[in-house]
Design a protein around this ligand. Structure first.
Ligand SMILES: NC(=O)c1ccc[n+]([C@@H]2O[C@H](COP(=O)([O-])OP(=O)(O)OC[C@H]3O[C@@H](n4cnc5c(N)ncnc54)[C@H](O)[C@@H]3O)[C@@H](O)[C@H]2O)c1
Length: 480
């Protein structure tokens, strides 16, 4: 495994240069592509995450999976298990690092799902848009600031949708609190908190084939490598995405500036040292790396004077915690730690009143998909999100999360690194909308007020072999 030193690019200058050059060629927030009756999909990256999307997509009407791609031929089976069971006949692209290019070039595709390790997200997505494809990309959209700008440029120039697949926005309580915010339940929102705090130490140090470099629970140890080469919040979008939508970021308010602070590493190198006692060949080199601190805390102020806390900790033993706290002049809500709670004054309302409020603010999207989401990952949010994306494309509607959302939420990764490496100094968060945030309309039309909602759900598919991954099983276990 090649490890580079932590780099600290001059983001202040870089953002000034990109901002000065950026004029909106086309406002992608309002963008409506021509309707696509049957959406023809290619999925790139079939590790833990890609097959979850394939599993969801084969349960959505008017979807044809026409391509599957992974650099490693053995991984293809993880997607094929679902497509074969559902009667799809995808073309396979595999066997090389750049097999994804042929996939993006395939003429009979409308939409490419990018589910590779994060450093490949932007290059593949930009290439796919330039090949005329809409793109749905896993989180975060990019780890480099320049890539955030390039994604915006590519979407505007090609007039192709780019949606980052922030599935946590589609969890039940997150959808309900979004409805509550839109209805004014919280009054003026003053402050919000979000996180992706969870225990991934075993995932990140896990070795599928012990003693060999180039393996790991994640392909090529790519997550572990990032923890050694980077600082800051590597995974900000699960925490910030649902909050940004609730606070109308890019649509009436805007991130202004932020600071970020990080603890030291008390867990990861220590665990590698422990594992090295049994398996020195694999773990002694890993125990000598200087990893990102365990807890990163980022504090954002918006142009309207609201504040947001975003945390990321993947290595301190703890239950999965998204926080998702919303605090306004008329009410507040808190998702984690469980149970989810709501208040309109100095006390949380009791269980039955909380249930009644949640029921009142359940959006049509959640009602329509109902129990069919239960077999799907992350509390059913995976199917809700993929279904909504397909429904919008079929009805020629703007997408629920656009390229400016992807860029602004993902930019917290390089910006938090810069702040951490500059003793938590403040740094401006760029405006990827070039001022359009002042008038851009709200998105996430989860009540179908602008149309849509007419895409069918198909019966669930049973693959011949069990390909649900270990991480999905662990998530389901952690969340009951
Ligand atoms: N939204 C969520 O809840 C969620 C959950 C897990 C992962 N993710 C995201 O999904 C993405 C993938 O994560 P993962 O856990 O599946 O990782 P993984 O390492 O298990 O899988 C990545 C896959 O990409 C393939 N790949 C690598 N380089 C490639 C190339 N050049 N061409 C084609 N295929 C290539 C690998 O062979 C592997 O099969 C990441 O961006 C991650 O952040 C999101």
């Amino acid at each position: 495994m090649q490890i580079e030193a932590v780099r600290n690019p001059d983001l202040v200058t870089l953002n000034r240069q990109y901002s000065a050059r950026h004029v909106t060629r086309h406002n992608m927030t309002k963008f409506r592509a021509p309707k696509i009756d049957t959406v023809r999909v290619g999925v790139i990256g079939l590790g833990n995450r890609g097959p979850n999307h394939v599993k969801a997509l084969v349960q959505i009407g008017n979807v044809e999976i026409r391509a599957l791609c992974d650099k490693t031929p053995q991984q293809i089976q993880r997607g094929l298990a679902w497509t074969q069971a559902a009667g799809h006949e995808p073309t396979i692209h595999t066997g090389s690092e750049d097999a994804w290019q042929a996939c993006c070039q395939q003429a009979d595709l409308d939409l490419i799902f990018v589910c590779t390790p994060i450093p490949l997200h932007a290059p593949i997505s930009i290439y796919a848009m330039r090949q005329g494809k809409h793109v749905a990309c896993e989180v975060p959209a990019a780890w480099e600031m320049a890539d955030c700008w390039k994604l915006v440029q590519a979407a505007e120039e090609t007039r192709r949708h780019f949606m980052m697949l922030e599935n946590y926005s589609y969890m039940t309580f997150q959808l309900q609190t979004l409805m509550m915010a839109k209805a004014g339940f919280f009054g003026d929102i003053v402050h919000a908190e979000g996180a992706y705090n969870t225990s991934k130490v075993n995932n990140n140090l896990g070795s599928k084939a012990k003693g060999t470099w180039g393996t790991g629970n994640y392909t090529d140890w790519w997550w572990l490598k990032a923890y050694a080469e980077r600082r800051g919040n590597l995974y900000p979008t699960h925490g910030v995405g649902p909050i940004a939508q609730i606070m109308d970021i890019n649509r009436g308010d805007q991130f202004d500036y932020m600071v970020s602070m990080e603890s030291g590493d008390f867990n990861l190198a220590a665990k590698a040292r422990e594992l090295a006692q049994d398996d020195p060949d694999t773990y002694t080199p890993l125990s000598k790396l200087a990893y990102r601190g365990n807890m990163n805390t980022t504090l954002i102020r918006t142009v309207r004077g609201r504040t947001i806390v975003v945390q990321h900790d993947a290595h301190t033993p703890q239950p999965h915690n998204l926080i998702h706290g919303i605090y306004g002049t008329a009410g507040c809500a808190l998702f984690d730690p469980p149970p989810p709670r709501i208040a309109t004054g100095g006390h949380w309302v009791d269980e039955s009143e909380c249930a009644a409020i949640r029921e009142r603010f359940t959006p049509e999207l959640a009602r329509k998909l109902g129990a069919s989401t239960e077999r799907h990952g992350h509390g059913g949010s995976d199917l809700r999100m993929d279904w909504h994306l397909i429904d919008c494309l079929r009805n020629g509607l703007p997408l629920p999360q656009d390229v400016y959302d992807a860029a602004a939420w993902s930019a917290l990764a390089p910006l938090s690194q810069w702040s951490v490496l500059n003793r938590s100094s403040a740094i401006d968060i760029p405006d990827f909308t070039a001022g359009a945030w002042k008038t851009n309309p709200r998105n996430m039309d989860i009540n179908f007020e602008d149309g849509g909602g007419n895409t069918d759900l198909l019966p669930p598919v049973e693959p011949a072999t069990d390909v649900d991954d270990a991480l999905a099983r662990q998530w389901a276990q952690d969340h009951g």
